[in-house]
Design a protein around this ligand. Sequence first.
Ligand SMILES: Nc1ncnc2c1ncn2[C@@H]1O[C@H](COP(=O)(O)OP(=O)(O)O)[C@@H](O)[C@H]1O
Ligand SMILES: [Mg+2]
Length: 309
Amino acid sequence: MIEVINFTKRYGEFTAVDDLSFSIGEGEIFGFIGPNGAGKSTTIRFLATLLRPTSGEGRIAGHSVTEDPMAVRRVIGFMPDDFGVYDGMKVWEFLDFFAVAYEIPKAMRRRIIGEVLELLDLTHKRDDYVNGLSKGMKQRLCLAKTLVHDPPVLILDEPASGLDPRARLEMKALLNELRRMGKTILVSSHILSELADFCTSIGVIERGRLLAAGSIRDIQRKIRAHRVLKVELTSGETDRAATILRDDPAIDSVEAYGRSVTAEFHGDDEDMGRLLGRLMAAGVPVQSFAEEPLSLEEVFMMITKGIVN
Ligand SMILES: Nc1ncnc2c1ncn2[C@@H]1O[C@H](COP(=O)(O)OP(=O)(O)O)[C@@H](O)[C@H]1O
Ligand SMILES: [Mg+2]
């Protein structure tokens, strides 16, 4: 749905983004993660057709970002990292302004604005002035204006930045809601944990270069040559479980602690099923049996330390 192909942007001698390529499938939430100055906004502004590349190409829903920017604008909702000042404009006027810009017929505008305000929980602010809104509400309003033309793709540049914890949670809930509505979302952040719960894929960028990109699961796999299995028992019979596991050719090492056994494992999903079967057949009181995922934080640390790629 979104493709970045060898995108490079230079400002004079300085290379802000260096030969970036990644793609995002339909219905995904792609977390674009990197520290300040990494090149996130540069890439996002390029995709939003607001910045010409030094070289490279981008495609959104099949349209070329450089050759057909108008078609791209129709299919994307773009939320910039800064919020303009709109003196003397009321909330509904602000949304109406964008609805007009997107050529939505007058007869439909009122209904659409009502729906968008409802979705973003701003109905009670309809007739308030934009400038009087709290930061969190301004962010929500900014998200609202990216939705008036019902685009399938949302490109959001640090939508939760500068928000207090409660407003951050609200923003998260909203993005989840938009995902449920089937939108494909690219969302950037310099704070990893902000995106950890709900992204289906991520791209990590640092100093203009992409360090890793892909589904969270694939990246986790790549980082860990060995998967880790965690078995919890209802009683402390870890010795028996550990012996059975140690015996298996797919297991590399086993550690027992309290009522749980952790094992490094190099098999596939079928091997996992077989292992569980062996434990059950031996009457080991298994309470849970699962692969232990790496946290996104661990993934990120490993990527930025150069352990992957
Ligand atoms: N118009 C510009 N002229 C010169 N350098 C720029 C310009 N815009 C951005 N940069 C530089 O490019 C780098 C990437 O910036 P940006 O894409 O805004 O990073 P991020 O959004 O990840 O914080 C930064 O070092 C920034 O200073
Ligand atoms: Mg930025």
